[in-house]
Design a protein around this ligand. Structure first.
Ligand SMILES: NC(=O)c1ccc[n+]([C@@H]2O[C@H](COP(=O)([O-])OP(=O)(O)OC[C@H]3O[C@@H](n4cnc5c(N)ncnc54)[C@H](O)[C@@H]3O)[C@@H](O)[C@H]2O)c1
Ligand SMILES: [Zn+2]
Ligand SMILES: [Zn+2]
Length: 409
């Protein structure tokens, strides 16, 4: 089969690799019909995540048709159309029983990214996300082996196009978890750092949940302009304003700051030159730029919600300010499975239309080009989706006048 594989920093290509086979009795083989490139894939692509090996297959946002099932699979059958959560969870361990699927303690054969681990078990395995997270081949491929198939695969109705439901695999539940973790509801104020796919869908969720003021910080004018037009955010470009938190606070009631803040940037945040050098030398695990801004922008008693990925140390972390303001921090990989029924309902009723953020529709064969465009933010790229097989995306009849969308590049 064809699959997108890693060959060193900034070098990926679509190779012919062996077809996946059923290895455990609760595996399925999925024929992928749509897959996407995530901001998390960019960390791998840029060579920033250890234990990624040459030939590893990337991709953790994908959906398709069940092709084959192991003998113990009862939840789905061949022919079912399903979206796959990027987190691989068993559904029955201590953590899964608490709906903390990203903490599943039975699926990851690696050690996870934690530094001061001691004896605790690693969190869940993730598709296509390094050998720290289990070395499980990803879904930017024609076929993929899906372990724990009685728990993960989520059936979606045939009336909704792939584009509408694909992001249930990751970025939609990630954005939703981030915004609900931030305590956002009717009349709330929120600041979202990062106007990538996770930031944009966080704005969509905040809008749906009734947020009153949504600030968005980035330095790509085209992303900020899109968010302003689509979700009514108040855009702040940090290339023009070197203290967005100050600007945000001055526009909130009583100059208290926002109720909640979302860091949808993570450890590769553009920051000071010193911090960039320290991170490159591996003296600093992550850039603290976005996180410091988040701590500054939020009101006393507010929540800093962090979907952006972090690793290792951050020295310039204003813990004293967090204490003084009495902040709550919520973060981590998304407990994807938990949110799928309610999010599907929001999509079906039209309250959420996550597909509007797609800017590039390409074939799997064009995946390397897709990575480059998304990484370099070329062609006003917001989100790339890939379809295996050819350069066409079939849409159900009910979705529009044309039954086929030609790839946009
Ligand atoms: N927690 C999870 O389960 C989960 C799931 C999906 C993605 N993620 C993470 O979420 C983050 C965002 O993902 P994405 O797909 O939107 O990626 P992306 O790379 O497209 O977007 C990140 C955005 O942050 C902006 N940015 C950089 N430095 C900034 C700064 N100092 N202040 C404000 N904005 C800044 C960039 O210009 C970019 O537009 C990544 O770290 C990704 O790994 C986490
Ligand atoms: Zn992702
Ligand atoms: Zn589990």
């Amino acid at each position: 089969m064809r699959a997108l594989t890693y060959h060193g920093a900034h070098s990926v290509k679509v190779d012919t690799v062996p077809d996946p086979i059923i290895e455990e009795s609760d595996d399925i083989i999925l024929r992928v019909t749509a897959t996407a490139i995530c901001g998390s894939d960019l960390h791998l692509y840029r060579g920033k995540i250890p234990t990624v090996e040459h030939g590893d297959i990337f991709g953790h946002e994908f959906m398709g048709i069940v092709e084959d099932t192991g003998s113990a699979v009862t939840a789905v059958q061949p022919g079912d159309r399903v979206v796959i959560p990027f987190v691989i969870a068993c559904g029955s361990c201590f953590f899964c029983a608490m709906d903390l699927f990203a903490a599943c303690e039975t699926t990851n054969t690696g050690r996870g990214a934690i530094i001061n681990k001691k004896a605790i078990p690693p969190g869940a395995a993730l598709f296509g996300f390094s050998h720290m997270y289990g070395g499980v081949p990803g879904g930017q491929a024609e076929y993929v082996r899906v372990p724990k198939a009685n728990t993960g695969p989520f059936k979606v109705p045939g009336t909704l196009s792939d584009e509408k439901v694909l992001f249930l695999s990751d970025i939609l539940p990630t954005a939703y978890q981030a915004v609900t973790n931030a305590g956002i509801g009717n009349g709330s104020s929120i600041a979202i750092y990062g106007a990538g796919p996770v930031g944009l869908l966080s704005a969509a969720c905040a809008r749906m949940l009734g947020a009153d003021q949504i600030f968005m910080v980035d330095h790509h004018p085209y992303r900020l302009a899109y968010a302003q037009k689509t979700y009514g955010v108040i855009p702040i470009n940090f290339d023009e304003d070197d203290d967005p938190a100050d600007t945000i606070i001055r526009q909130t009631k009583g100059m208290r700051g926002v109720d909640g803040v979302v860091d949808a940037v993570g450890f590769e945040a553009k920051g000071s030159t010193t911090e960039t050098v320290l991170a490159t030398l591996k003296l600093e695990g992550s850039s603290g730029k976005a996180l410091r801004q988040c701590i500054a922008a939020v009101r006393r008693g507010g929540v800093v919600s962090v979907p952006g990925v972090y690793s290792g140390f951050i020295h310039g972390f204003l813990f004293g300010d967090a204490f003084d303001k009495g902040l709550t921090f919520k973060m981590g990989q998304t407990h994807v499975h938990r949110f799928l029924p309610e999010l599907l309902d929001h999509i079906e009723t039209g309250r959420l239309s996550p597909e509007v953020i797609i800017s590039h529709r390409m074939s799997l064969e064009q995946a390397a080009e897709g990575y480059k465009i998304f990484d370099k933010k070329e062609e006003d790229c917001r989100k790339v989706i890939l379809t295996p097989g050819d350069s066409h995306i079939a849409l159900p009849e009910s979705d529009g006048s044309s039954s086929v969308l030609t790839a946009s590049i």
